[in-house]
Write a protein of this length. Structure first.
Lengths: 601, 290
């Protein structure tokens, strides 16, 4: 018998076995507690200065430490110290923040450190991490949060961004004390210190890995990165992570609404509660759903829009799962921390500001007419499964300043009034301007446009004057928005922190393109009120100003707003979790536990 | 006693027409294509299909008297959209077929007449380069680069479809250029452009005609694929867009958009393919002469 074929067969057999073993969980995770999370997208960088997406943030806050975090279970959201020892000491004028950090916190072991041993994290690491945002070489995506607010930071940047030079407004007073001096009061500062952008990195690692640092995170968070690719990230427990037992009462546990998830199980345990955290990046919602329902491939998902009727027993007023799903999965539903709206580009003289005051008046009537033609209920039914909440203005229901009693005129669908407004302003089919509605070249964007066009044709707008301005990707679309090229801009906004200031800044004049103010609205009264309120601590007076600003935006007919979408999150019954995809975000992952004996079936 | 009357006809076209008429499948296919053409013409003239963009029905209404084939997610009439899409298909098919045939005929004739010269080399090199790029990748890249321009997709298709026509014409011209009528034209001192485009090219019309029908079908299919990918029709509706819309609807159990667009496309493509086959058979000099 020839030897070679036998040898070849053996090699092939071994190779096949090796491949098969790669498909299974493998011996390296046997006996470990594993939680398999999923996200609808993939982060491109794990460097905190680039953590602009919710996907990146989910990883960054688990790999690095932030000074502050959000309480796991408290709703409305509440801040708590994380790496900081306590909430900051704030001077009477609101300009100086003194923060003490915990002692004995170490970075993970990594070749970037001498001898490969992670050193202690100190106040100067925070100072260094914040300075990176203002180093032009870093191309930070989060510098806008603090731009112009920290004393001396702009001068430091202009002087060449030398990390060895001190910034007067950002200093490490000693190994464990940080002092931040602001140019003007910034009540939301602590919220910004709970974001992935403010995560603390060691200088040695940044210099050691150079550009590769974006995929070689070296932090002091609850987990350390094992592998990271286009499909998933695998994080393993950081054995050096500080031991802080969970106090459910402190975390805001509400037995009435949260006991059903079995959260008491984690009382007194020390996070992170799993040995291995897998985060799977699955863009296609149906694929994600299939992975979720077929076993333990992933243990957390959302319901694809197409399957809502199949999975849900009731959508309104409460979301209820059909029994066959409710037996197997926990679920949580709520309104998103943000909203969708459609803005008019005020820089466009055909519909916005115009040197001719008469034309500007007619443009105002035109915008208001378009707003009355817009049918929010229809849009909600068609694209948000009738589960979104339509509200007037730009203060969404999730923030404390939301006014449920606010007049709903700006979201009323009234085609007759729209026609009347056009007529009164002297508009006719022949002289109405050509409208361009921007969107991404996707089926949903096109259908939203076609629906919008149909509403306008009903008020007498000629169909051929309403055009779709499509862009190949969201990046291209966003670029065009930043360049104020689009006339009618459909946008969505996710709150960075639970304060209406974060949405009101969307209409603040100086934030116009390329800033976050996509409408380029620039109203002196609004700007004055924004400047006044943005330095105020929460108070009834500030709420009153916020609501006044909300009214100004509505009266100017500068936006068609808004709708907060409803999310539905599902997870396996053996997983103890209270997930959140927005404000708490990735912070919740260190509290997730897996109890194998608690399967839903 | 009957006689084969085809032998009485002398011209290629007359023989081909006679042969084509005897091909039942070909005639039926031509009838189907003509029907589609009438539908497209009616849309052009504003006789029907004008309500394709109206949102006047409920979401995902089933087929009924108000909406014969139901409605889509935003309440648009699927039948109206399918009818209007016929115009889109013919528009794309005709523009691409005519222009790529003209381009292919022109460059093919030049390359053929000047075979083995630098002109031939250059045209062959250009065709080789274009053919070496995977078709849909090239079309998608070009359509993507020209996005925002309403005829980006047309240009992309013309840029790739002309090469096959040019190769066929080149071969035919190489054969024709040594015929006596060409020698005679040269002998009386006719300029080259007249020899190529007045004397030789008309003898390649049978190839151009068949090729144009093939390109027509190819353009319609490509338009559907490109529109499905979001790179096609920028204004209006097409079967490709309808199928793209239906990907979400099918998951929710609504099949009308998908079935309607697919069937409209299927019958037109099938009919055109069979018509092109019949035309090819009719115009094949070997078969016509037989």
């Amino acid at each position: 018998m020839p030897i070679l074929p036998r040898l070849l067969r053996c090699i092939l057999l071994l190779a096949a076995l090796a491949l098969l073993s790669a498909c299974s969980d493998g011996p390296d995770i046997e006996g470990l507690k594993v939680y398999r999370h999923s996200l609808g997208g993939r982060p491109t960088s794990l460097d905190p200065v680039q953590s602009a997406t919710v996907y990146a943030n989910h990883l960054v806050v688990n790999l690095y430490d932030t000074l502050y975090a959000y309480k796991y279970l408290a709703r409305p959201y509440q801040l708590k110290p994380n790496l900081a020892e306590a909430m900051p000491e704030v001077s009477a004028d609101g300009l100086t923040y003194t923060i003490r950090i915990k002692k004995g916190v170490h970075f993970i072991d990594d070749p970037a450190f001498p001898g490969g041993k992670g050193r202690e994290l100190t106040a100067s690491d925070f100072v260094y991490s914040m300075k990176r945002h203002f180093d032009p070489k870093m191309r930070s995506q989060g510098s806008w949060l603090w731009a112009g607010r920290i004393q001396g930071m702009e001068a430091w940047k202009k002087a060449g961004a030398d990390y060895d030079r001190e910034v007067p407004g950002l200093q490490a007073l000693d190994r464990y004390t940080i002092r931040i001096r602001l140019t003007r009061p910034f009540p939301q500062l602590v919220h910004t210190l709970a974001q992935g952008f403010s995560a603390i990195v060691p200088r040695e690692a940044v210099e050691y890995y150079g550009r590769e640092f974006s995929i070689h995170p070296v932090g002091s968070g609850p987990f350390r990165l094992q592998t990271f690719d286009a499909v998933r990230a695998v994080l393993v427990r950081n054995p050096k992570y500080r031991k802080e037992p969970i106090d459910l009462a402190y975390e805001g546990y509400d037995p009435k609404t949260q006991a059903k998830y079995g959260i008491e199980e984690i009382q007194g345990k020390v996070p992170p509660l799993v040995d291995r955290l897998e985060i799977h990046f699955i863009k296609e919602s149906l694929s994600r759903w299939n992975s979720f329902t077929k076993g333990d491939e992933i243990q957390f998902a959302t319901i694809p829009r197409e399957l809502l009727d199949e999975v849900l027993l009731e959508k309104q007023p409460q979301v209820v799962l059909k029994p066959q799903y409710a037996r197997r999965y926990f679920y949580l539903s709520g309104l998103e921390n943000g909203f969708v709206h459609t803005d008019f580009n005020m820089k466009d003289p055909k519909i916005g500001y115009n040197p001719d005051p008469e034309r500007e008046k007619r443009n105002h009537a035109l915008r208001c007419a378009i707003r009355y033609a817009f049918d929010w209920n229809e849009r909600n039914r068609t694209f948000y499964n009738d589960m979104g909440l339509v509200f007037p203005g730009i203060i969404p229901p999730v923030v404390p300043e939301y006014d449920p009693e606010a007049p709903r005129e700006s979201i009323r669908h009234d085609p007759e009034k729209a026609k009347r407004l056009l007529k009164e302003a002297g508009w006719s089919a022949t002289d109405l301007p050509e409208l361009t509605y921007g969107g991404v070249a996707s089926v949903t964007s096109r259908q939203m446009f076609e629906q919008f066009r149909a509403w306008l044709t009903r008020i007498g707008y000629p169909k051929e004057k309403i055009l779709f301005d499509s862009y190949a990707s969201f990046g291209d679309y966003n670029k065009a928005v930043k360049q104020a090229k689009i006339m009618i801009v459909g946008m969505g906004w996710g709150l960075d922190y639970p304060d209406a200031e974060n949405t009101l800044q969307l209409f603040y004049g100086p934030n116009g393109s390329p800033g976050s103010n996509a409408s380029n609205f620039d109203d002196p009264e609004y700007n004055r009120l924004y400047e006044k309120s943005s330095v105020m601590q929460p108070s009834p007076e500030r709420t009153r100003i916020y609501r006044r600003m909300n009214r100004i935006v509505q009266d100017a007919c500068v936006t068609i707003s808004g709708l907060s979408r409803r999310y539905i999150l599902l997870w396996h019954k053996k997983v103890v979790s209270f997930p959140d995809q927005s404000i708490v975000g990735g912070f919740h992952l260190k509290y997730v536990d897996v109890l194998p004996g608690r399967d839903g079936e | 006693m009957t006689r084969d009357r085809s032998s009485e006809r002398t011209s290629l076209w007359a023989k081909a027409w006679y042969k084509f008429r005897r091909d039942r499948i070909g005639v039926v296919s031509l009838g189907v294509v003509a029907l589609y053409f009438i539908v497209a013409l009616g849309v052009w003239l504003g006789l029907w299909g004008q309500g394709w963009s109206q949102v006047d029905g409920p979401m995902w209404a089933p087929p009924g008297p108000d909406h014969w084939l139901g409605t889509n997610i935003i309440g648009q009439d699927i039948f109206e959209r399918a009818i209007y899409s016929t115009k889109t298909a013919f528009e794309v098919g005709l523009v691409v077929a005519v222009l790529s045939t003209l381009l292919g005929g022109f460059f093919g004739a030049l390359a053929g007449y000047f075979s083995n010269s630098w002109v031939d080399e250059l045209i062959l090199w250009l065709m080789g380069v274009l053919d070496a790029i995977p078709f849909y990748l090239f079309v998608a890249a070009l359509a993507y680069a020209l996005q925002g321009y309403p005829y980006a997709m047309h240009i992309a298709m013309i840029a790739t479809f002309w090469t096959t026509t040019a190769r066929l014409v080149r071969g035919e011209v190489i054969k024709l250029k040594n015929f006596e009528f060409v020698e005679a034209a040269r002998a009386i001192g006719l300029p080259r452009r007249l020899i190529i485009f007045r004397h030789i090219t008309p003898n390649t019309f049978h190839i151009l005609l068949v090729q144009a029908t093939i390109v027509f079908v190819g353009a319609i299919k490509s338009e559907v694929i490109l529109s499905f990918l979001g790179l096609g029709v920028t204004d209006g509706v097409s079967w490709g867009l309808m199928i793209a819309e239906s990907t979400q609807e099918v998951q929710a159990g609504h099949f009308s958009n998908f079935i309607t667009a697919s069937l409209f496309l299927f019958f037109l493509v099938m009919a055109f393919n069979m018509f092109a086959d019949a035309l090819q058979d009719a115009l094949d000099p070997k078969k016509v002469a037989a």
